[in-house]
Design a protein around this ligand. Structure first.
Ligand code: ATP
Ligand code: MG
Length: 311
């Protein structure tokens, strides 16, 4: 059973006065998230990421399509008990302490007071906020607010966790700590659905990622599937290349660069790779390794979005 699935989900925010201002926030969006995975949804501003989460939480009604959580077709009130949510740009009343925020949200999610009270200290400890439990949240920094938000999203011990920009405003050390917490939650069997702009971070923890732009799914797969290319290779060699090598190679190979004992080549297809290997061997050069090169998730993301703009 999948943790989250959507089928042709569509959301149009209609402007009934000026139809031209209607926005298609999600357009035929189909994805599937397996239980126990960390799934990253990436996309530029306005791509539809928050809209997707809000539909799953029952906060926004879809215009078309369907979605389910843990096998239950939405909308369904009961399944919400198994969901945790950290909204983007969340605000808590400034006069409450961290501990009181936890008690308030425990109550809102239908838990009894005693249960919430007993879970609160361990959750605040998990996010490194135990010493600030009695401080009013108006004194919290952005990073402290995000940590409290994460603890609050866990108050009902959810099976599926939706985090909308969880590390927004958090410093690099704090981000690493949040990543470690998410890995720990995953090891406890929870499914984590993450919206983020910070691609390098998503790359580090996600089992699968999807790239969304203008409401449309551009790509979905493992980080490897999105970052290993079929066209970029690295060839290691020993010795030195003959003087005319650059000239000879440039006649047939699209793009290449030599740095110390490594040739990095952007090739059109496998025949170009073989041609390059033949050329090196003809010159008696020993090849030490040939590897497909990986691009960063950020490069892959930018290329996909660029292609979309161009088309
Ligand atoms: N309540 C609303 N009424 C009208 N339009 C909306 C509403 N909420 C979102 N939109 C529009 O829908 C589109 C998708 O917005 P959404 O907030 O889902 O994007 P996002 O990917 O979360 O963006 P960001 O990265 O900035 O958080 C945007 O064009 C936005 O202006
Ligand atoms: Mg958003």
């Amino acid at each position: 059973m999948s943790a989250i699935s959507s089928e042709s989900l569509t959301k149009v925010y209609s402007d009934f006065v000026n139809k031209k201002l209607s926005v298609t926030a999600l357009n035929d969006f189909t994805i599937n998230v397996e239980q126990g995975q960390i799934f990253g949804l990436l996309g530029p501003n306005g791509a539809g990421k928050t809209t997707f989460i809000k539909i799953l939480l029952g906060l926004v009604n879809p215009t078309g399509g369907r979605a389910s959580i843990l096998g239950t077709l939405l909308p369904d009130v009961k399944v919400r008990e198994r969901i945790g949510y950290l909204p983007e740009n969340h605000r808590y009343p400034g006069y409450l302490t961290g501990e009181q925020v936890m008690l308030l949200f425990g109550g809102l999610s239908g838990m009894n007071h005693a249960e919430t009270k007993s879970r609160t200290p361990s959750l605040l400890k998990l996010v490194g906020m135990e010493q600030w439990a009695k401080m009013k949240v108006k004194k919290y920094s952005k990073g402290m607010m995000q940590r409290l938000g994460l603890a609050q999203s866990l108050i009902n011990n959810p099976d599926v966790l939706f985090l909308d920009e969880p590390t927004d405003g958090v410093d690099p050390v704090g981000r690493k700590e949040i990543r470690d917490i998410l890995k720990r939650l995953k090891s406890e069997g929870k499914t984590i659905f993450l919206n983020s702009h910070i691609l390098s971070e998503v790359e580090l923890i996600s089992d699968r990622v999807a790239i969304l732009d203008k409401g449309k799914l551009l790509k979905v797969g493992t980080v490897d599937e999105l970052t290993v290319t079929d066209t970029n290779y690295e060839i290691g060699f020993t010795g030195s290349l003959p003087e005319n090598f650059h000239h000879e190679a440039a006649a047939t190979v699209m793009k290449f660069r030599v740095d110390k004992q490594i040739i990095s080549a952007e090739l059109k297809d496998a025949s170009e790779l073989n041609h390059l290997i033949d050329m090196l061997r003809r010159h008696g050069i020993d090849i030490t390794h040939i590897a497909k090169k990986r691009t960063s998730l950020e490069d892959s993301f930018i290329n996909l979005i660029k292609r979309e703009v161009a088309s």
